[in-house]
Design a binder for this molecule. Structure first.
Ligand code: UVW
Length: 332
């Protein structure tokens, strides 16, 4: 739904949670995940099924179209080749060097190991946006100054701050693909409205409750797996869904697409980009999960008719980071 800056400001005033959990709060809507909520989430586990919602982190990931985000570069630092080639067949000086570098144990006893490292943007694949990821008018969530994110990292609202909450809660899948009867993919320009979210919940006979994490299946990741087109736009939530999430006291929202929200400027707010990011992260304090692999979960929910589950999705605790990889799981 297209809107003006004045519509946006009215919405921001309506959904802003600053001060709601205290002036020093850095958790935002994760505060809605109470101990009672964690127990409610655990009680949804009935069948002992575990479904992965995480995509692969590798050179074949969805990045590359934007030069500020690359796919992960994974490299081995110690491997079996070192052990057999260098240690067993190499010249004595090299065997000594490897033994000295890697471990004194390496040359003259059976113990061996492999090590590796990865260089990647923290937003490369399945991830959480921290509350410090997006801001406007020099303020982050809860009024923290934008310049508290420095080249040393985020002094406020870094991803490690969410450690206190896990993140685990009741997850609810809203399957837009099934609702629209599409094949696997909801194309760009077909924005997902608040009314459509209500229709989907009603069709699936599932209720959205305070503290839930809502997980939206648009089919983007499944399509990416078959085409390899990481920059292809797809449908996302209309920016007015921020009010829908606020009114239902949703703790966080995740989707299988690039940005959760609809990136089409024709459906956004005139004069800005990604208004839902601005409302959710900066005004509401509500984290966004992107690039989640929801195909297997959607298939499972369609098969058993159960759209609620225990979601376990703690981000990697990278100190001062504005986002982090996650390998979420749904347990039913
Ligand atoms: C930006 O908002 C810039 O990125 P993302 O969609 O990864 O959150």
């Amino acid at each position: 739904m297209s809107g003006s800056m004045s519509d946006f400001r009215q919405m921001a005033d309506r959904v802003r949670n600053w001060g709601r959990w205290g002036d020093e709060d850095e958790l935002g809507t994760l505060n809605l995940i109470t101990p009672h909520k964690v127990a409610e989430a655990a009680a949804t586990v009935k069948q002992g099924k575990v479904i992965s919602l995480g995509g692969d982190f590798g050179s074949g990931g969805p990045q590359g179209a934007f030069r500020f985000r690359q796919n992960p570069v994974h490299t081995m630092t110690v491997d079996g080749g070192d052990a057999s080639t260098l240690v067993e067949y190499g010249p004595q000086w090299l065997r000594n060097a490897v033994a000295a570098d890697v471990s004194a144990f390496f040359a003259d006893n059976p113990f061996r190991f492999n090590d590796d490292m990865i260089v990647m943007p923290l937003q490369a694949a399945t991830q959480w946006d921290a509350l410090s990821h997006v801001y406007y008018e020099d303020k982050l969530y809860n009024g923290f100054p934008a310049d508290s994110v420095t080249s040393f990292g985020a002094f406020h609202l870094g991803i490690e701050k969410v450690d206190a909450k896990g993140i685990t809660s009741r997850g609810v899948l809203l399957d837009v693909v099934a609702h629209r009867g599409s094949d696997v993919f909801c194309p760009p320009g077909t924005t997902i409205t608040p009314d459509e979210l209500d229709e989907i919940a009603a069709r699936q006979n599932v209720e959205i409750r305070s503290g839930d994490v809502v997980v939206v299946h648009t089919g983007w990741w499944t399509r990416f797996l078959s085409t390899g087109e990481g920059a292809e736009p797809g449908a996302g939530l209309d920016w007015t869904c921020a009010a829908w999430l606020h009114d239902r006291e949703v703790a966080a929202v995740a989707a299988d697409n690039l940005m959760v929200e609809d990136p089409d400027p024709g459906n956004g707010v005139e004069g800005t980009f990604l208004p839902m990011h601005m409302l959710c992260l900066r005004d509401m304090g509500l984290m966004l999960g992107e690039y989640w692999d929801l195909g297997p979960l959607a298939a499972d929910c369609a098969a058993d008719g159960v759209y609620e589950f225990q979601l376990v999705a703690p981000p990697l605790k990278v100190v001062g980071a504005v986002g982090a990889p996650v390998s979420p799981i749904a347990i039913k």
